[in-house]
Design a protein around this ligand. Structure first.
Ligand SMILES: [Fe+2]
Length: 207
């Protein structure tokens, strides 16, 4: 059954297919795209604390207007969660960072070969360096943030795509704006993302 969010997500990846590494990964994700999408049921659980940022990020202008409109329609149903153990130097992380898997083993569309979902980071938040075996492709939907990988920090605006190869430590830091990005994983979907020790590298946003 057609679903505006399912279709808008697929269109996002379809538009980025190109003869370069990011375009090849977008094609890899689409090649595994599931056909069945189960309409979400209303959640009984209280929404994740970070979801308080959703309305402002979806109201912002920018690229992927069809996707933002589709997300607005299901905003109250998005399955936000935070999956890392607590850390002493980031007691607020669980309240400011959240993920919502839409396609994958736990998604609204089941898949054992790809994960596709949303990453939401509140303003003024450092998502510390982390790594995972899966190859990861991000599409920034809303919010300009500092993205660090391989020691290089870069400001990435809405519309940017970021590819993290398997095992690459990476980190994000938001400034005044919250960040909403679509992520995908291919490869090893089962090994979790874990925090890693990593030098912060050159800063693009002053502390
Ligand atoms: Fe990642």
């Amino acid at each position: 059954m057609p679903d505006p969010l399912h279709d808008a997500l697929a269109a996002l990846y379809r538009a980025r297919i190109a003869p370069d590494p990011i375009g090849a990964e977008a094609a890899r994700v689409l090649a595994a795209w599931p056909q069945h999408w189960i309409a979400p049921a209303p959640q009984d659980a209280a929404p994740h604390t970070a979801s308080r940022h959703v309305s402002s990020v979806l109201a912002a202008g920018g690229p992927a207007s069809d996707l933002r409109a589709a997300l607005r329609d299901v905003a109250a149903l998005l399955p936000w969660h935070y999956s890392y153990p607590p850390r002493a130097d980031g007691p607020d992380l669980a309240a400011e960072i959240a993920f919502a898997e839409l396609i994958g083993p736990r998604g609204w569309a089941g898949s054992t070969s790809i994960r596709v979902g949303l990453t939401l980071i509140g303003p003024g938040t450092y998502y510390p360096a982390h790594a995972h075996p899966a190859v990861e492709l991000y599409a920034v939907i809303s919010g300009t943030a500092e993205w660090t990988a391989c020691g290089e920090a870069t400001l990435r605006p809405p519309g940017a795509w970021i590819l993290h190869q398997s095992g690459t430590p990476h980190a994000m830091r938001t400034a005044a704006e919250p960040l909403l990005a679509v992520y995908s994983w291919t490869g090893d979907l089962q090994s979790p993302s874990v925090y890693v020790e990593y030098p912060p590298g050159r800063r693009a946003i002053p502390s």
